[in-house]
Design a protein around this ligand. Sequence first.
Ligand code: OOG
Ligand code: MG
Length: 260
Amino acid sequence: MDRATAASIASFLISAEVEKREVTRITEKYPDMSVEDAYVVQEQLIGIKLEEGHQVVGPKMGLTSQAKMKQMNVEEPIYGYILDYMVVTGGELSMSDLIHPKVEAEIAFILGRDIEGPGVTGAQVLAATEYVIPALEIIDSRYENFRFTLPDVIADNASSSRVVFGSTMKRPTDMDLDLVGVTLSINGEIKDLGAGAAVLGHPANSVAMLANMLARKGLKLKAGQTILTGGITGAVMLKANDFVSARLDGLGTVEFRMKE
Ligand code: OOG
Ligand code: MG
């Protein structure tokens, strides 16, 4: 796929996001788009966002648990980027700003030092991490019914849309992140649950994999970045007036309200 085609696909996906409408998946028109092509589209998409004045909060991992891979019918983890305008403050989101949002509970890592692959291990990630915090990620695939192939979802910046961070900050070495139990509730009813180990055995392994994937492009994780490690629970569909709350053992609660 040439750069011009990649750039036009990136603009198309951004317009779907901005106009809040679902589009047909890219691989319908470009069945040969590879995973590698899709990351070129994603790179162009992020490039456009940066030109518009947005900033990267950090890269994120997606499809890192069996629950998520099964739910979305894909077989390997992917990465995308969280940008500054996606971070929700004030505990409220509007349904009218989004297409067909879903929510998932995650653990986020705030890096104290750069991490550069290849060959990064989970232990190295823990040593380079300043804090871990709880997060609710709101994903909003630009594709009809969240139906996509691996290249489609990569091109679409891994369905990134919004994120709510909790306020509990813990040193990652002060807890067993694989054993952190998580419940995801909507309007007081538990919709899904899991443990940190759902994410590649340990959420630090997700950050390590991310560093190693970025290394293939000559990129690294940077001190100060906040990194989402991937949904521990499956993603749950949202509707107006939902009150969403996740509890993570030792990491407190993170919540938000979905307005009309
Ligand atoms: C892709 C987004 C994946 C995660 O945590 O697994 C993701 C999707 O399911 O639409 O953010
Ligand atoms: Mg996610």
